[in-house]
Ligand binder design. Sequence first.
Ligand code: AMP
Ligand code: MG
Length: 420
Amino acid sequence: MSSPPKLSNDCFALPPGVHWTPVDETLTSLRERVSVVTGIEPAPTVAAGGRVLAADVVAKRNSPPYANSAVDGYGFAFASLGGEGAQSLPLAHGRAAAGGPFNGVVPVGQALRILTGAIVPEGIDTIVLEEDVIIEDDVLKFAMGLRKGANVRPKGEDVSAGGHVLSAGRILQPQDLGLLAAVGVDTIQVRKRLRVAVLSTGDELRQVGEDIASHQIYDANRPMLLDLIRRWGMEPVDLGHVRDDAKIVEQMLTRGAREADVILTSGGASAGDEDHISAALQASGTLNLWRVAVKPGRPLALAMWGGVPVFGLPGNPVAAFVTALIFARPTLLELSGAGWAEPRAMHLPAAFSKNKKPGRREYLRAKMDANGHAEVFKSEGSGRISGLTWAEGLVELMDEGREIVEGVPVRFYPFSEFGL
Ligand code: AMP
Ligand code: MG
């Protein structure tokens, strides 16, 4: 199986002189710069939930494969019926059931017992529901009021053999597996899972469960980012956390480049002295700090290391989470073969008021209240990680300044729009 081409080392370069990049431009730039990096492998349909389809799929079989009954009832030729009013047809011997076909021909003027899912036997084109009839002395009686073809599901009505059923890039949903099985597709070509390495950086970090000193904090970003990756159907590769030491950071990036298709780091991504991710990536000659006009979030550090893209997220957990949803997710989906995907906003009346300054986009931790209004977390403090847990989505305030008063519509993304 051929591997897709690697990204080039200068793929994240921005034109010179660019300062604060608006969110939309950042997304467009990212989208232009990345492409699928995962290989292709076969997978049994039954085990392919959540995988990314690598090729379009066509039906191997009609669905339904033969005309069948939609109900339990009685079938006959429509031509057997006479005008308006009461109908009566003698019953033919036997019956048609799902998995138990009736092999004869039903003569015009007679009716046959037929059950849901049964192949419609020759001679039948219309079926009356059993609740709508009475049987007296082996004669079927009912009132007219049926159209020709009633309660018959025609062959191939849903999907015809050779017809397109699913497109490459689709992340397979439970119902897709049902459809694939119905049309006889037992094996499909899927993308190998995108391997995403996650590395935390900072002298102050300890892993939860470890002994900790008062000047240290637990690494909150790594468990959060690793689980996001898992939820997105990708394969997390845990690189642990490293001290702010350029050499150690470099070693870990090299390991990440060996074990993963892309590396997500958090912390150390601005230009400060202690920002060793920036320093290490600088050494690769490919670092670009994208100063995105977004709150929360500081620069995104983008670079290539050992042939794989590195996505440097801010250290602050709220900023790391929001920038992972807004910037990393569509990028990772594109790399994975699922294709670029941005969330779709709902418009909800604000349950808050705020004077939003112009110049950058803001994401507020939010949820829909009992009245269907968008409520925001009591604090915009970006260190308040509990607000992410309180929230059920994000309110997006666009780049321009805006006086928001209660009741005006605001853009709300439920977390489900980010694949959560
Ligand atoms: P930095 O981007 O490294 O300057 O970090 C910004 C803020 O986020 C600092 O207060 C860090 O202590 C904090 N921070 C960085 N990484 C993590 C992490 N993995 N978990 C929790 N907080 C972090
Ligand atoms: Mg740091």
